[in-house]
Design a protein around this ligand. Sequence first.
Ligand SMILES: Cc1ncc(COP(=O)(O)O)c(C=O)c1O
Length: 428
Amino acid sequence: MNILHSQADWIARAREVLPAAGFGNFDASIVIARGQGSHVWDEDGNAYIDYLIGSGPMLLGHGDPEVMEAVLEQLPKGMTFFANNARGIELAEAIVDAVPCCEQVRFVTSGGEADMYAIRLARAYTGKPKILKFEGGYHGMSAEAQMSLAPAREVNFPTAVPDSAGIPDSVAEEMLIAPFNDLAAVASLLDEHDDIAAIIAEPLQRIIPAQPGFLQGLRDLCDAHGVLLIFDEIVTGFRLAYGGAQERYGVTPDICTLGKIIGGGFPLAALGARAGIMAHFDKSAVGSEKWLMQLGTLSGNPVAAAAGLKTMEILRRPGQYDRLRDLGQRLMDMQSAALSDHGIAHRLCGDATLFDVYFTDADPVDYRSAKHRDPMLNEVWNRSLRSQGIFKSPGKLYPSLTLGSEDLEATRSAFRNAAKAVADHLGM
Ligand SMILES: Cc1ncc(COP(=O)(O)O)c(C=O)c1O
């Protein structure tokens, strides 16, 4: 180990120049040096099986040879142009082919940016100001999205609480908050307020599944009230199915946002809708009053588009989603078996393509019921997994298509030891 470049050295350097010693995303006590296939390595050379996969984009694993080839083919032709380019146009075509609600798309650089424009687009189209959002729903970092994302105190619905400093109260006045999976609450808000532009929802909220009929219920209520339905598919797009959650659940929103997988690991996201809605990005179609100005230096970046296009081409091959679901289901079953062996009450929550464990005996249905009753248990679980070379976020486990049988066996053994650690913590 080169002492000058040990992980501790990088952490110390980060502490000097980065607030909270990091990029704001993830545990700053680990510095990743590289990723290959199903693994990442830290700066001390420790290997981990990667179930974080860049928070979702690296569904094919790190350094997929075909994606690398596509990127390397594009690089010498130019890295960014701020102008239309063929790869970006092809990527837009591929998204329109895949995603039911998209007749047209607009590229941006991050998922949060896509959500911000989706909200603005709904307001431009309907001429109404308010947005209904679900408590605990994550839609990036815009002022609207920061309302009741992870509220520390419980207030009565539909009051919005900002989770970030620096947001004026006036933003909260334009937001209505409802509990996820509570159709009656949404119905009564739509009855009471005739100035709602859109409902924005994650079709799988974090890892909480929509109950049967909930998403269709939202669709019907939106139609009845002239409100647009926005699905935030930044995570679920090209993961739950090739056509995203809207394909898997059979409910088509008016607008959706996409990110992560469509950029193949590079900064690229998009929002899409039918042409009549997307017309608000076209001044010549809607006139200057109704025009939504939108541009960005890196929008439609050709390197990101090349990586995304190749990733999507690979995902279209027969059997990919069956295999992903099979891998995910096996991981869920292993986890459940390890915990059940110790008699530890738990629920595996989510979808086979992303999930995590709750130490509870009731299925979480919304933000409040999904709050961990004993957060220490998840901490013990996650800490044990990390110490055994399992790299995951504290609240999610993302399977990738690159996992092999050795990875699964190593993970099974890590789950067993982590279950033992939780049992010990509980004094069982
Ligand atoms: C559902 C959802 N929406 C939006 C975002 C924001 O995307 P980005 O981090 O690319 O801004 C995320 C990020 O994880 C997300 O999970």
